[in-house]
Every structure is written in C-alpha cells, then in structure tokens.
Design a protein around this ligand. Structure first.
Ligand SMILES: Nc1ncnc2c1ncn2[C@@H]1O[C@H](COP(=O)(O)OP(=O)(O)OP(=O)(O)O)[C@@H](O)[C@H]1O
Ligand SMILES: [Mg+2]
Length: 273
C-alpha cells in the first residue's frame, strides 16, 4: 500500500483528534493486555467516519473512550482542541442493542436524554417531537419499547442520542442486529439524518459495504495489538451505487487491507479514489 496523502477537505475544521492513543487493561496475573496501540486519526466537523475490523481489535474500546466512559488511557482524545473528560451531552452514543428503558414510552425515553439539558419543558417537548419526526416515528410516541420493531427501536435510540444535539454521534454497530432489508433502509435513513443534522458521526460496523455506502473516511483496524492499519478516503458521489465499479474497487481495497496480516508498524494512509 502506498503512503500517498492528500487532503481535499481544506474547508472542514478539525473536530475530534485522536493522537497516539493506546489503551491497556490490567490482567489478573499482573500483566497488561494492550487493546489498542498507538491509534491516530481525526474527524472533521460534519464528517462521517467508519471503523471496520475483526472482533476484538478495539473498535468499541475507541468509542467508549471517546464518549468518556473510561478515562484511563495513553495519548490524547481532543474534542474542539480540549481533552475529553467524562461523559457530556456534546457526545452521543448508540449501541447495537437499543438500550431503551422498557417501562418508559418512546417519548419518555427520548425526553430522558434531555433531563439535564438547560431548556424549558416546552422546549424539551418540541425537541422530543422534532426528533421523533426526524427518525420517522410519528404516531408511535406512546408505544413502549416492546411495541416497536427492531428497526424502529434503533431509530428511537438514534433519536434519543441526537436529541441533546451533540457535536458528535458515536454508533457502535447500530444496525448489526437487523435483517438485511431493514438494514439497507436504515442505512439510507442514517445518511439522510446525517445530512439534515450536519452532525459528525463515527460508526463501527462489520459490514464493509455499509461503510463505503455511508462514509467519507474508513479506518481499517487489525488485532494483536489492536491498531489502525489503513485509512481510506471515500469521495464517491451520492447517492452511492452499491453495484458500481468504483464501489467495487474500494470494497476490494478495504478487504485487502483487512486481510493483510503483514506486521504493519505505522498506520498507513491510502486514499481510494
Ligand atoms: N474491561 C476489559 N478488561 C479486559 N479486557 C478488555 C476489557 N474490555 C475489552 N477488553 C479486551 O479488549 C479487546 C478489544 O475489545 P473491544 O470490545 O474494543 O473489541 P471490538 O473490536 O469492539 O470487538 P467486537 O467486534 O467483537 O465488538 C478485546 O480483546 C477484549 O477482550
Ligand atoms: Mg465491539
């Protein structure tokens, strides 16, 4: 792979910066296990970045640390140039399972994410209604989670994460548990939401096609130790044609990077098109 670096996104400002980031977990025998080693990447304002890689390479670890659920790491995680400290309404997260509270309705679940927001009750009610509409769940406001389909529950989880108007939304395999048809529908929905909201997104997925369909940038990770081995910039016009030849070319390059077991010492940067 080449180390050919270009930057055509000069108009975007840098939002999130991960510099020389490493995360280790202590083991019972007194040794430590390095989950992520020396990761470097940036997310520009309004950018859609995906992370792909095999199970256990540290994808969720990176998201968990960005959202502020764990502050024990080496290197820097900077949002707007400031070190991330603890959780904050400026960073939202969506998991593979929706994690809605079963005893609350859809509307109440979303409202809960605004409980510490500095807004009046009327403003909160309007934000909740706007976000229910944004994800296409009008008419289901009073449904409990068990009265929603899997796809609807994931939409609700996205609405809940977006309601506090975060600067960045982190998505950990949000569509992973859905059937292929619902998944494709929700990929299109997610792209529409990303455009309408203008929010930066960092999404983990196992699905390379999903990554190419949605993102401006794809980070490929590998294991032992978990690290970023390649970075692809995706400049394909939208809407993206999953059957197109450029799409297939990027898919092939991403798969090559995923299956390249050569000991890569430094993260490589390659821009696909
Ligand atoms: N609390 C913990 N203590 C010890 N090891 C951990 C802990 N959390 C994660 N790990 C290890 O860190 C590595 C990365 O885990 P992580 O959950 O980030 O992987 P992942 O890439 O998200 O995998 P998957 O695709 O299966 O979700 C794994 O080897 C895991 O066993
Ligand atoms: Mg994970």
């Amino acid at each position: 792979m080449s180390g050919n670096i270009q930057n055509s996104d000069k108009n975007r400002s840098r939002l999130l910066e991960i510099r020389n980031f490493s995360k280790s977990y202590p083991l019972e025998d007194g040794k430590t296990f390095t989950a992520v080693s020396h990761a470097n990447f940036t997310v520009e304002a309004g950018e859609f970045v995906t992370i792909v890689g095999p199970s256990g390479c540290g994808k969720s670890t990176i998201l968990r640390l960005i959202v502020g659920l764990d502050s024990d790491y080496e290197g820097d995680i900077l949002l707007d140039g400031k070190r991330v400290e603890g959780t904050s309404l400026t960073r939202g997260i969506v998991f593979q399972d929706h994690r809605l509270l079963p005893w609350l309705t859809l509307k109440e679940n979303i409202a809960l994410s605004l409980s510490s927001a500095d807004k009046t009750a009327e403003e909160k009610a309007r934000i909740v209604a706007d976000h229910i509409a944004l994800v296409g769940l009008n008419g289901f406001e009073s449904n409990y989670p068990h009265q929603l389909s899997g796809g609807m529950a994931q939409r609700a989880a996205i609405a809940r994460a977006l309601a506090p108007e975060p600067e960045i939304l982190l998505l950990d395999e949000p569509l992973g548990a859905l059937d292929a048809f619902t998944r494709m529908r929700l990929q299109e929905e997610l792209q529409r939401i990303w455009r309408v909201e203008g929010v930066s997104m960092v999404m983990v997925t196992h699905d390379v096609e999903e990554a190419i369909f949605l993102s401006n940038k794809i980070l490929v990770m590998n294991t032992n130790p978990g690290r970023i081995v390649a970075e692809f910039k995706v400049d394909l016009p939208e809407p993206r044609d999953r059957a197109g030849s450029d799409f297939a070319l990027i898919r092939r390059k991403v798969f090559e990077a995923m299956h390249d077991n050569a000991a890569v010492k430094e993260p490589l940067v390659e821009y696909a098109i």
